[in-house]
Ligand binder design. Structure first.
Ligand SMILES: C[S@@+](CC[C@H](N)C(=O)[O-])C[C@H]1O[C@@H](n2cnc3c(N)ncnc32)[C@H](O)[C@@H]1O
Length: 376
């Protein structure tokens, strides 16, 4: 099967490496995605194990169309009863970038009409649409006049791991957090700190990674389970193999945040994932946070400034550079922020800069080496 795996901007190569290690074939990074090939077992494995994947699609029908009649006719040409029955519900996600179809929702609507009409013509019954919890989810992608309709094997996007509780206004995307750990070259033997950890996303992703726990270990709903082709013994095999590979190794992962309510949320997530032994998260301000190890890695996502205002944010970034330089000397520090102006007030020179996106916010992920003594 050809498989198209979506990710966030900047994580394409990291995802390609993960896919390669998991046994995907013909792995080719593309824009915000990676193309590869694999069998059903690989598709199940990918959904369970990939940390930097957002959605795993299986293209089933590609064609060209320049107007709605052509689109309708082309969709009609494919046999949709291979994936859907009239008693099931379905939904169509869409990304349409085409001068022929200015409204992507309209293209999705035409596609839906063609699928429904095909069932009605053949059987007199039609599947209904359920956008919230469909049995079968399709993905419609168009660039100019080239269309691809895929089966979405994941359902809910894969950044939803099931450990997040509401209550924090700016948690980082889980897939982004996992990608940052990989880009920063974190390995389980390296002590890891996030002194502004919020709900603890970066640290939780690290603990899952460090113990080889699949990111979707607590998820039961995957769209592929509703497919006619779903093969329970293969899925059970994939799950058992992943569980057998979990290694409860000792990790040195530490977090702090100034906000007590946030710490409660973070610790609730740790308990839910049975990671309380692996990660130590406390209410502590960065100003008084002192590392427990002589060296290690800091990966953090400081406030972007919505709450504390422009001047204060610039000041805060300035003082953050002093704090880290004084108390985390010998460490490598990675910061992610969308506040480019504030980053300029961080008084150290980055040795690496990577552009990433947190949702729609463009961010810089920058590395600073905290030398002891002078750089020379
Ligand atoms: C952008 S949020 C981090 C979100 C986090 N990555 C997550 O996924 O939930 C920034 C965090 O910095 C914390 N913070 C702000 N000032 C702080 C300080 N002086 N010391 C420690 N934490 C601070 C805020 O409480 C907030 O939770």
């Amino acid at each position: 099967m050809k498989i198209h795996i979506k990710t966030l901007f900047g994580l394409e190569n990291v995802l390609a490496e993960e896919i390669d290690q998991l046994g995907g074939q013909n792995v080719k990074p593309a824009k915000r995605s990676v193309n590869c090939e694999g069998d059903m077992e690989f598709l199940y494995k990918a959904n369970l194990n990939l940390r930097t994947a957002l959605k795993i699609l299986v293209p089933v029908h590609t064609f060209r169309a320049q107007n709605e009649t052509e689109l309708y006719q082309q969709v009609m040409k494919h046999d949709w009863s291979k994936y859907l029955s009239s008693s099931q519900t379905f939904a169509i996600d869409n990304t349409v970038r085409s001068e022929y179809f200015r409204h992507s929702k309209y293209a999705a609507l035409k596609t839906k009409d063609a699928i429904v009409d095909q069932f009605r013509n053949k059987t007199g019954k039609r599947p209904s649409v359920d956008v919230k919890k469909p049995d079968v989810k399709f993905d419609l992608y168009a660039f100019k006049d080239q269309f691809t309709i895929s089966l979405d094997s994941s359902g809910e996007p894969l950044n939803k791991r099931g450990y997040r509780f509401p209550g924090h206004e700016a948690p980082i995307n889980e897939v982004l957090a996992a990608g940052m750990l990989k880009l920063a070259g974190w390995e389980k033997r390296i002590p890891l700190y996030d002194p502004m950890c919020g709900t603890g996303t970066i640290l939780i992703e690290a603990a899952l990674m460090g113990q080889n726990i699949p990111p979707q270990i607590s998820r039961h709903d995957f769209a592929f389970k509703n497919w006619n082709s779903f093969h329970l013994p293969t899925w059970n095999k994939v799950i058992s193999e992943a569980k057998a590979n979990i290694r409860k190794s000792r990790l040195q992962i530490f977090g702090g945040d100034i906000d007590g309510d946030t710490i409660l949320i973070a610790n609730k997530s740790l308990r839910k994932m049975k990671l309380s032994d692996a990660v130590d998260i406390r209410k502590i301000a960065i100003e008084t946070h002192r590392p427990k190890t002589p060296n290690g890695l800091v990966i953090t996502n400081p406030p972007y400034g919505e709450r504390i205002g422009r001047t204060n944010t610039n000041e805060f970034y300035k003082s953050m550079s002093d704090i880290l330089k004084n108390h985390f000397s010998g460490f490598d520090v990675w910061l992610i922020s969308s506040n480019m102006e504030a980053l300029k007030h961080f008084r150290l020179r980055p040795s690496k800069k990577i552009v990433l996106f947190n949702g729609s916010l463009e961010c810089k992920f920058e590395k600073y080496e905290m030398y002891t003594g002078s750089r020379k």
